[in-house]
Design a binder for this molecule. Structure first.
Ligand SMILES: [Ca+2]
Ligand SMILES: [Ca+2]
Length: 68
């Protein structure tokens, strides 16, 4: 029973991580390695958090800024 719970937790974490990793690539539609404001507009939550995430204020999100 304990082993099954552990496997479920590991599986859930793996799925959550993959989803985050996929989101950056999905949002970066022109594949320049950054998420611009217009690309961020595809996701309501990212658009709202954009200014907060853009720590160096260059108007785009690097993968590092996106995953902070
Ligand atoms: Ca881009
Ligand atoms: Ca930035």
């Amino acid at each position: 029973m304990k082993l099954i719970s552990r496997l479920l937790i590991v599986g859930t974490l793996t799925v959550a991580y993959s989803a985050t990793a996929a989101d950056f690539t999905t949002l970066d539609t022109d594949k320049d390695g950054f998420i611009s404001q217009s690309e961020a507009a595809q996701s309501a939550s990212i658009r709202k958090a954009f200014e907060l995430l853009d720590t160096n204020k260059d108007g785009k999100l690097s993968e590092k800024e996106f995953h902070q």
